[in-house]
Design a protein around this ligand. Structure first.
Ligand SMILES: Cc1cc2nc3c(=O)[nH]c(=O)nc-3n(C[C@H](O)[C@H](O)[C@H](O)COP(=O)(O)OP(=O)(O)OC[C@H]3O[C@@H](n4cnc5c(N)ncnc54)[C@H](O)[C@@H]3O)c2cc1C
Length: 459
C-alpha cells in the first residue's frame, strides 16, 4: 500500500491526470497476455518525459517502492505483472517517433511507440525494422527491446538486439544514462547497452531507443506447403535451411488452428493434413523468383500440396491466418500452457516427435506453432487449471518438453523471456555461476531491488 503523500508526490511529478489509483483502473494493469498471473499495483503512473521517469525512480528508490515498467502489456511470460504491488510505470504516453534518418539508416523512438506505427512510418520512407513479434499491433518499442523480441523475419534478419544502436536508460536511482549512439559500429568500452536489451525491466527503464533500420526488400514471394505429418514438415525446414537459400520467414502452424486457412486452401487438402509451412523469400525480383522455385522443389518432396501466392493480397491472407494463431489456440481451452523453446535446426523433427510422444504418454492435447525456421517453437498444451488432475499432467508434459529441448542443445526461451512463467526452469537451463553473475549485476544497478522484483530467478 502506497501512502497518500507519495501518491501526491507522483501527481506533482507526472500530473494528476497521469496517476491512476482507482481499483477499476489498477485492474487494467494487473495482468498481461499470460493465463494465470494477476496482481494489482498500488498506483499506475504514465509519464511523458525521461525527466519525469527519473524523478519517479528517485522517489521509488528512496521510499523502497517496487516499480514495474510496462509498455503494451502483451508479453507472455508474466514480465509486466506487478507481483510485489507498488508502482506500474507505463510508457505509452512517451510515444514520439523522434527521427527516421534515411541517410544514416537509423531511427530514434520513445519507448511507448507501438511497433505497427513505427513500421508504418518506416514504410513511408521505403525502410523497415525486421523484428516482427506477432503482437505488433499492441506491443511497444520499449517492450520489444526489454524482451529482445523476435518474430518471423528474424530468421534472415536477426532479432532485436541486432538492431539496437543506442539507448537512453533511467537507472533505479534516477540517473539518466546515454549508451551507444546511432553509428552501426561502436567499440567504446564495455557493451553496457546490451545489458539492458532483454533485461525484462529489471535493470532500468528504457526511455529512448536508437535503432538500425534497413531498406525494404524490393520483392517477396510467399509459398504455402501442406503436410500430412508434423515431423515431416520439420524435416522440410531442415532441408530448406541446409540448402543455399535463406528465406526471410519459415513459419509453422498445426491443424489445431487450420480453421483460419479454410477458404484459403481447399478443404480436401486440409482434411488429411497435420501441418502447414508458410515460407517467404525476399530480395531482388530475379533472386526471389529463383529462390521461390527452389523452395517449392524442396517442399514438394514431402508436402501433399504446395502453392505459391499469386499476388500480395493472397500472401497477406495467409500471413493474417498465421498471425491469428495465438488468439485462436488461446480460445480452444480454458487454460493453455504455452512454451517458447528454441532447438538447433538440425533437431527440429526429432524435437517434434519426442514431444508428441510425451503428449501421448500424459494424454494431453499438444499443439505446435512457431518460428520454426529459427528452431523456435511455441508448443501449447491445452488444459483447464480448474481440473487439477489434468492440469498437473499438462504441466508435467510441458516440463518434459523443455527437458527434451535442452537435451538437444536448445534453450529455454527463444523470444518471450523468463519473467514469472519460466523462472522455475532457469536453474536447469543456465550455468549456476552465470545466474550468480546476473544477480551481482542486478545488485550493482538496482541495490534495493525495486525494479520489477520477483522476475527472472526465484527468490
Ligand atoms: C498474440 C501475441 C503474439 C506474440 N508474438 C510474439 C512474437 O512473434 N515474438 C516475440 O518475441 N514475442 C511475441 N509476443 C510477446 C510480446 O508481444 C513481446 O514480448 C513484446 O515485445 C512485448 O512488448 P510490450 O510493449 O507489450 O511489453 P510489456 O508486455 O509491457 O513488457 C514486457 C517486459 O518488458 C519490460 N518493459 C516494457 N517496457 C519497458 C521499458 N520502457 N523499459 C524497461 N523495461 C520495459 C516489462 O517490465 C516487462 O518485463 C506475442 C504476444 C502475443 C500476445
Amino acid at each position: 500500500m502506497i501512502e497518500k503523500p507519495i501518491i501526491d508526490e507522483l501527481c506533482r511529478i507526472a500530473g494528476r491526470e497521469n496517476v491512476l489509483t482507482a481499483k477499476e483502473e489498477l485492474t487494467a494493469y494487473s495482468y498481461d497476455a499470460t493465463n494465470l498471473w494477476r496482481h494489482l499495483p498500488d498506483a499506475v503512473v504514465l509519464p511523458h518525459t525521461s525527466e519525469e521517469v527519473a524523478r519517479i525512480l528517485r522517489l521509488a528508490s528512496e521510499k523502497r517502492i517496487p516499480l514495474t515498467p510496462r509498455g503494451g502489456g502483451t508479453n507472455v511470460s508474466g514480465g509486466s505483472i506487478p507481483v510485489r504491488g507498488g508502482i506500474v510505470l507505463v510508457t505509452t504516453r512517451m510515444n514520439r517517433i523522434i527521427e527516421v534518418n534515411r541517410t544514416n539508416l537509423s531511427a530514434t523512438v520513445e519507448p511507448g511507440v507501438v511497433l505497427q506505427d513505427f513500421q508504418a512510418a518506416l514504410a513511408r520512407e521505403g525502410l523497415f525494422f525486421p523484428p516482427d513479434p506477432q503482437s505488433f499491433a499492441g506491443c511497444t518499442m520499449g517492450g520489444v527491446v526489454a524482451e529482445n523480441s523476435g518474430g518471423p523475419s528474424c530468421l534472415k534478419y536477426g532479432v532485436t538486439k541486432q538492431y539496437v544502436l543506442g539507448l537512453e536508460v533511467v537507472t533505479a536511482d534516477g540517473r539518466i544514462l546515454k549508451l551507444g549512439g546511432v553509428t552501426p559500429k561502436n567499440r567504446t568500452g564495455y557493451e553496457l547497452m546490451m545489458l539492458f536489451v532483454g533485461s525484462e525491466g529489471t535493470l532500468g527503464v528504457i526511455t529512448k531507443i536508437n535503432l538500425r533500420v534497413l531498406p525494404a526488400p524490393k520483392a517477396s514471394q510467399t509459398i504455402v506447403a501442406v503436410f500430412g505429418d508434423v515431423a515431416t514438415a520439420g524435416e522440410t525446414v531442415t532441408d530448406i535451411i541446409a540448402s543455399s537459400i535463406l528465406p526471410a520467414k519459415v513459419e509453422f502452424v498445426d491443424n489445431w488452428t487450420f480453421d483460419k486457412f479454410r477458404g484459403l486452401l481447399p478443404d480436401s487438402s486440409l482434411k488429411r493434413a497435420q501441418g502447414i509451412l508458410l515460407i517467404q523469400v525476399d530480395g531482388l525480383p530475379e533472386t526471389v523468383a529463383a529462390e521461390a522455385k527452389e523452395v517449392v522443389r524442396l517442399c514438394q518432396r514431402r508436402a501433399s500440396e504446395v502453392r505459391v501466392a499469386q499476388d500480395k493480397a493472397e500472401a497477406d491472407r495467409y500471413w493474417q491466418a498465421r498471425k491469428a494463431h495465438f488468439s485462436d489456440i488461446s480460445s480452444r481451452a480454458p487454460t493453455i500452457v504455452n512454451e517458447d523453446v528454441c532447438v538447433p535446426r538440425e533437431h527440429i523433427a526429432e524435437f517434434i516427435r519426442l514431444s508428441q510422444e510425451r503428449a501421448r504418454y500424459y494424454d494431453v492435447p499438444l499443439s505446435f506453432a512457431g518460428h520454426v525456421g529459427d528452431g523456435n517453437f511455441h508448443p501449447v498444451v491445452l488444459t483447464d487449471s480448474r481440473n487439477r488432475e489434468h492440469y498437473t499432467r499438462a504441466v508435467k508434459c510441458v516440463e518434459e518438453i523443455i527437458d527434451i529441448a535442452l537435451s538437444l542443445g536448445g534453450v529455454l526461451s527463444g523470444e518471450h523471456g523468463i519473467g514469472l512463467e519460466k523462472q522455475r526452469f532457469l536453474k536447469k537451463a543456465m550455468d549456476p555461476a552465470a545466474i550468480e553473475l546476473m544477480k551481482k549485476i542486478k545488485d550493482v544497478l538496482d541495490p534495493h531491488h525495486i525494479l520489477n522484483p520477483g522476475k527472472i530467478w526465484e527468490d
